[in-house]
Design a protein around this ligand. Structure first.
Ligand SMILES: Cc1cc2nc3c(=O)[nH]c(=O)nc-3n(C[C@H](O)[C@H](O)[C@H](O)COP(=O)(O)O)c2cc1C
Length: 184
């Protein structure tokens, strides 16, 4: 790719979204990558925005970022991804996880052309979590009738592959890219 044409912006608390953002950037081939607090400008053809999901919500910092740059993003290609671990996830279900609910919460904040969106699965690492997060997550699972356990559904091939798809979309002429349908 001649010059930097893509930026990956992410927020993360425990590193899963950052890891996936890095894999996506690798797939896009020489994309820039920035934590949402360190974004200096959006002078790129494609802006990829990724957020972890906590308590059914995207990161408030990512939502603020999208609202702050709303007008700029109107004139950019935008791709969105979420990272979450639904309480009822199993390795079997993980293979065909679509995460429409998680994505919708993010899509609603974008006015620009969304060329792609994807819900990735993250990880639950009880050791690295704060006591407060561990307790609140235990309660959350308990209320749903599930037991909290450690899992890691992050998948390098998936994320790099999605990045490669974005690269293909980016290098295609704009008229060849239909916008993603939005649920009303
Ligand atoms: C306190 C807490 C609340 C969470 N709430 C949700 C949730 O509502 N839905 C969900 O699918 N995953 C939820 N998760 C799982 C996270 O989305 C998952 O751990 C993800 O990998 C976190 O990304 P990060 O490592 O980039 O912070 C929660 C995790 C924690 C610790």
């Amino acid at each position: 790719m001649a010059g930097k044409r893509a930026l990956v912006v992410y927020d993360t608390k425990y590193g899963a979204t950052e890891q996936i953002a890095n894999w996506i950037a690798e797939g896009i081939n020489d994309a820039d990558i920035r934590h949402v607090d360190d974004v200096e400008g959006l002078d790129y053809d494609l802006v990829v925005v990724g957020t972890p999901i906590y308590n059914d919500m995207p990161s408030p910092r990512i939502v603020d970022f999208m609202d702050k740059y709303r007008d700029v993003l109107l004139n950019r290609k935008v791709a969105l991804f979420t990272v979450s671990v639904p309480y009822d996830m199993t390795p079997e279900r993980a293979k065909r996880y679509a995460g429409q609910k998680e994505l919708k919460r993010l899509v609603d904040h974008v006015k620009g052309t969304i060329i792609a969106s994807r819900a990735f699965l993250g990880k639950i690492d009880l050791k690295e979590m704060t006591e407060l997060d561990r307790i609140s997550l235990r309660i959350r699972y308990f209320l749903k009738g599930y037991r909290l356990k450690e899992v890691n559904f992050t998948n390098r091939d998936d994320a790099v592959g999605w990045g490669k798809n974005l690269y293909d979309l980016l290098t295609r002429p704009p008229e060849a890219i239909p916008p993603e349908p939005r649920e009303k």
